[in-house]
Design a protein around this ligand. Structure first.
Ligand SMILES: Cc1ncc(COP(=O)(O)O)c(C=O)c1O
Length: 528
């Protein structure tokens, strides 16, 4: 097709370049056979050559194989001209029509062109040129479909297990039909406000209700007497808590409040605490080496990165604690007690796997702390997406419904009974931890934290701790940087130093899709 196009262009260019000479030759030959060019023939010559041949034909019309030439008075008459002139003009018209047709096809069907190969070399999501070239091309219409996160992996891929992206849960939600679907009409969720009578005025009542219901179902946290606050992820509520618990320091003369956590601590704690260089609070490091009475201690349990069950390390009247219970759910750990701390943070990212919905919540005992945390979210983002809250409410409802089946459902083994998120999650995590431990043993150069067990009140059974991350240590003497060593084998993990720990440790996400996890354990087992 490209060759044909090139030939047509060449032919037209040749015609345009030689048009005057060609027409002259034709006219001359006509003259040879019938005398000097007539005035009409000269007129035609001027018209054909004035604008390179092709465009000059605008004033000409083909009528039954005869060319008529418009006269200045608008009337026309048959040129009664030389056949060669007709042929020349006809060839020119044909070439232009063919070229226009070809260009039209080329513009609207880029896939038909070998130039398309350039497109395939361009990353589909980042190239503006690529996008422009793909407009109207059916093959690429799926570009408007929702994103799916990281691309699928193959045996030789780089396996990225640096982030705790909870795509493992997709398989569960694919099976739940419309249980977690919502439709939001165009006129809904338009106001900034949700419930002006609530201390958290942007909290959707339906989300509040489902949060309380799920905690009652699981028994992992007290909700009676607590304010529910919603945030754009629990990350925003973590910042809101720092703001609410720090003395105002209005004149900037006081010392910022120290924010501490026992190492190894979640790598975002220092990063998020210090990234705006607040005058109110500042990262103070490992809680175990902190000296002083005034602090905010972040207690993550089960802990990110090592899965340990944690209590506050510090105790003082002036000290405050924020309990990050993102992983206190039955798929990761036995639910041994109903937590009832002053401030508890949760997130759909880790409980249901909906990290992209960006919804977290806080259970807060004290009304004034709840008010100040709400103020932070108000100043930061003027509330939290109501669309996301509605979706999160529906997702939480689907989870609770799965465990809220009546006896008839049980007997008929139908309905929601089959869609039990924590059963799915626990099964997966048990399987993955057993695969990982087998791979580490086969390799012989890695060690993992000991498995711990406890009685799970939720499942009423003894259950093991199956953390969302593996805190992997490379025991080989010559490997001081485990993340670097694994990177050399195309496995991306997060270095221990980011958690206030040794570089021989890395944190590995256990929540990726099956294919990535399978390739990871196979590759790990082969490392000696
Ligand atoms: C302990 C802990 N807290 C909070 C978060 C962030 O949650 P969100 O996605 O809701 O901001 C994470 C995410 O990895 C986490 O591990």
């Amino acid at each position: 097709m490209a060759l044909l196009k090139r030939r047509l262009i060449d032919a037209r260019e040749e015609f345009q370049a030689n048009g005057r000479g060609l027409v002259r030759r034709m006219l001359a030959s006509a003259g040879d056979s019938g005398g000097a060019p007539s005035r009409e023939e000269e007129h035609a010559l001027a018209a054909v050559t004035a604008n390179g041949g092709g465009a000059a034909l605008r004033g000409e019309q083909l009528r039954g194989g005869m060319v008529s030439v418009e006269k200045a008075d608008g009337r026309s008459r048959a040129a009664g001209a030389t056949p060669l002139l007709f042929i020349a003009i006809f060839v020119s018209v044909a070439l232009n029509v063919a070229l226009a047709h070809l260009l039209h096809r080329y513009a609207s069907h880029p896939a038909a062109s070998p130039d398309k190969q350039h497109d395939t070399c361009v990353h589909p999501d980042t190239s503006r040129e690529g996008e422009a070239a793909r407009v109207g091309e059916p093959k690429y219409r799926s570009a408007s479909a929702p994103s799916t996160g990281k691309p699928a992996v193959t045996q030789d891929s780089v396996i990225n297990l640096d982030h705790g992206d909870p795509t493992m849960f997709e398989a569960f939600w694919r099976e739940t039909g419309d249980a977690a679907e919502i439709v939001i009409p165009g006129w809904q969720t338009m106001s900034y406000f949700s419930d002006v009578s609530n201390v958290c005025w942007f909290l959707e009542p339906g989300f509040d209700q489902q949060v309380r219901r799920l905690h009652r179902t699981v028994g992992n946290a007290a909700v009676d007497g607590y304010h529910v606050l919603v945030g754009t992820g629990s990350t925003q509520l973590f910042m809101a808590a720092l703001y609410a618990l720090s003395p105002p320091n209005a004149d900037g003369a006081g010392e910022p409040m120290s924010v501490v956590s026992t190492a190894p601590y979640y790598s975002s704690y220092p990063a998020v605490t210090d990234f705006l260089q607040s005058g109110l609070f500042r990262w103070g490091g490992d809680a175990n080496s902190f000296e002083g009475d005034s602090y905010i201690e972040l207690v993550c349990s089960p802990n990110n990165p090592d899965g340990a069950i944690r209590e506050a390390a510090l105790s003082s009247d002036a000290g405050k604690a924020v309990h990050d219970l993102a992983y206190y759910w039955p798929q990761y750990t036995p639910i041994t007690r109903r937590a009832d701390h002053d401030i508890m943070l949760f997130t759909v990212s880790k409980s249901t796997g909906h990290a992209g919905t960006r919804i977290g919540w806080a259970l807060v005992k004290d009304r004034e702390v709840a008010r100040r945390m709400t103020k932070f979210v108000e100043l930061n983002t003027i509330g939290v997406s109501k669309d996301s809250q509605l979706r999160a409410a529906k997702v939480l409802k689907a989870v609770s419904d799965g465990y809220d089946v009546d006896e008839e459902d049980e007997r008929s083994s139908s309905g929601a009974r089959h869609h039990r998120l924590f059963d799915f999650g626990r099964r997966k995590m048990v399987e993955r931890w057993s695969m990982l431990r087998a791979a580490a043993a086969a390799s012989g150069i890695f060690s993992l934290p000991e498995e711990t067990t406890g009685h799970c009140n939720f499942g009423d059974e003894t259950a093991a701790n199956n953390p969302a991350f593996a805190w992997l240590r490379c025991d080989r003497e010559d490997v001081e940087d485990c993340a670097g060593f694994l990177r050399g084998h195309k496995i991306l993990t997060r270095c221990g130093s980011q958690f206030g720990a040794d570089r021989r440790y890395v944190r590995v996400s256990m929540l990726d899709r099956d294919d990535a996890f399978d390739f990871f354990v196979r590759r790990l087992a082969s490392l000696k």
